[in-house]
Design a protein around this ligand. Structure first.
Ligand SMILES: [Zn+2]
Length: 256
């Protein structure tokens, strides 16, 4: 079954595939596209501007940040409501039927062929691109740090989330710890240590697969969405993070 047609965008965009810095940035929840064949997944128009459809502001920050550092960026163009590219094949939220209380009727009762089409045409090409980039760098002995950029909603249900930024990791926290220590120099910043949620090794895909799986240093960053709601704020966070990442990589390699 072919899900995507010629009118649909390619699933993955790579910027600066010959990035000169150690960082390879990925942004799994950057996109809002839905293959035309799936209509609007049965969802109201206002859903597409909410955090459940994409990580608001994350792509813009990731693009500025990667550009400032001369780094490769790989981002997904389709909405996580079509298929979540940071979920394993066995995760319930891979193709969410309900997400934060919103029912996604277009994801109900998919037959195995429909499910496979989303995996084959959106999820797999995205991770293949990351895999290839990391493999080339491994063969060329290029120092590499994987960084996954996300954003989170300030309020989830009744829970107010106080952190400005979350720094997340799974088995290897070495690079994340360096990033957190540098961020802590700004005493006004509320930093979530493995918040708003830790990397889930059963459900999450990118960090377990490409970070711990390849034994690479890595970090996952979540920025609170209200802080990156404008172009100016996105650029200023990207600038701030570029300085942090630059320092963190020097520190990491001076000890490595
Ligand atoms: Zn995300």
């Amino acid at each position: 079954m072919l899900l995507r047609s010629l009118v649909d965008p390619v699933p993955v965009v790579v910027e600066r595939c010959e990035g000169v810095s150690p960082f390879v940035f990925v942004c799994e929840h950057a996109g809002l596209a839905v293959p035309r064949a799936l209509g609007n997944l049965g969802l109201a128009d206002d859903v597409w501007t909410q955090h459940i459809a994409s990580d608001l502001g994350a792509k813009q920050v990731a693009r500025c940040l990667a550009r400032d550092l001369g780094s490769t960026l790989i981002y997904q163009q389709y909405s996580r409501l079509v298929i979540d590219c940071n979920r394993t094949h066995i995760a319930d939220s891979l193709i969410p039927k309900v997400i934060h209380g919103t029912k996604v009727s277009g994801n109900n009762e998919l037959d195995p062929t429909e499910r496979m089409a989303r995996l084959d045409e959106i999820h797999a090409p995205f991770h293949k691109e990351i895999e290839q980039e990391l493999e080339i760098r491994r063969i060329q002995n290029t120092p590499t740090i994987l960084a996954s950029i996300h954003s989170f909603t300030p309020k989830l249900g009744n829970e107010e989330r106080p952190w400005h930024i979350g720094v997340q990791y799974a088995q290897n926290s070495v690079f994340a710890d360096i990033v957190m220590n540098i961020l802590r120099e700004d005493v006004k910043l509320c930093i979530g240590d493995n918040q708003p949620w830790p990397v889930n090794e059963t459900d999450d895909y990118t960090i377990p697969m490409h970070g711990d799986g390849r034994n690479l240093p890595y970090v996952m960053i979540e920025i609170r969405q209200d802080l990156i709601a404008t172009e100016g704020a996105q650029k200023s966070w990207a600038k701030k993070l570029a300085i942090v990442f630059e320092r963190a990589s020097k520190e990491y390699y001076s000890h490595a």
